[in-house]
Design a protein around this ligand. Sequence first.
Ligand code: TGC
Ligand code: FAD
Length: 388
Amino acid sequence: MAYEGLDFYNIDDLLTEDERTIRDTVRGWVSERVIPIIEGHYQAGTFPQELIREMGELGFLGANLPEEYGCAGLNNVCYGLICQELERGDSAIRSFASVQGSLVMYPIYAFGSEEQKRKWLPKLASGEAIGCFGLTEPDFGSNPGGMVTKAEDKGDHYLLNGAKMWITNGTIADVAVVWAKLDGVIHGFIVERGMEGFTAPEMKGKHSLRASITSELVFSDVRVPKENLLPGVKGLRGPFSCLNNARYGISWGALGAAMACFDSSKQYALSRIQFDKPIASYQLVQNKLAWMLREITKGQLLAWRLAKMKDDGTLIPQQISLAKMNNVDIALQIARVSRDIHGANGILGEYPIMRHANNLESVFTYEGTHDIHNLIIGRWITGIAAFE
Ligand code: TGC
Ligand code: FAD
């Protein structure tokens, strides 16, 4: 039976025909190309690289950036729906698209020179080139302002030294947008694969996002040409502006994972017989399903409203924080309850549940931990920063 999603509050009525068509295209692609192979990649700890060019051809990469640079030029509802459907497949697939589009293409588009845009955006949009985003360091995760990676002005080039950690796509990336301090102020640099002194070893041993590549980035006296500095921004506003876009996409993406867990739970509960009846006939199980539906429906309304405000240009970062923290939180809880409904079968790769639950542990932490988003909202309410 084809996957139909969950739409208890007729949110489809709020979408245009084009938006629904795009959602259905991504949904069909995920059913056909991602779901049959993703568990194998998860078990093997590999990313399905053959999907990258397909995602490019279908317009999933940098989907909300302008057509002028080879992108699809879609609105933010479409971008959100793409994230939702990709993450129904696996958080690794949405992560790939988030990093490529929101964290690599966006800063080049928003802060890059015209030459940088022409050189990188079409290749990144088509999937011919792969990008990564280096902000986090071993000792500076939630507090990236403390970073120690630094660039020195050497006249005709910058000399880059330092290390980044937990970088999605790092090992396979052709280009890294790296944030480093130049005279104590954070700037963005385009570091290219093959530059002498730049290595990106893969991090192994993850129990979460196993179908995603996560890497260190090591810079040892890397000579970065002057023209590779992103000229349009300095300070933390640069990386945080990228995070606004990626966090926005995650708000939608987490719903995709939650909807996959709900769908599997409903089917399982209807077919699993215990004490001579389907477990779906017991009040306790119905309570769990009703709670999932309730939380997903609220999350969908948050995401849709967020998209409208983003398209109107009225969205503030604190509103993104609310949706990111809420939707990831409920998705993670739904995945855990879903595991319970599936009983022992819930731990098997035959069902997507444990994979989503484990992935969502990372999503809860990356792009600002749950509590960092609490503190961002707390600062907005009180005017008092409680980070330190
Ligand atoms: P703070 O003093 O608040 O701000 C410093 C400057 O930045 C500006 N700013 C923003 N600008 C645009 N958008 C935002 N959301 C912004 N938030 C702050 C701010 O106006 C200020 O500008 P200026 O011109 O006055 O200097 O900075 P802080 O150091 O106190 O930091 C506050 C805090 C904790 C909220 C922040 O550091 C934070 O968000 N930490 C979390 C770090 C994080 O999210 N890292 C994510 C790394 S990337 C990643 O995880 C990718 S996973 C991808 C995947 O695989 O999908
Ligand atoms: P910490 O900052 O050490 O936090 C640990 C705990 O302390 C958390 O519970 C946190 O909420 C809490 N805490 C921290 N500060 C405070 C405070 N002031 N008040 C109260 N509680 C606090 N980064 C990139 O730059 N690029 C990427 O592509 C990328 N991809 C990632 C992929 C994966 C799979 C993962 C797991 C991470 C990725 N990250 C990436 C890194 C991610 O953004 C960081 O892990 C995240 O920002 C948190 O940093 P940390 O892990 O160092 O945790």
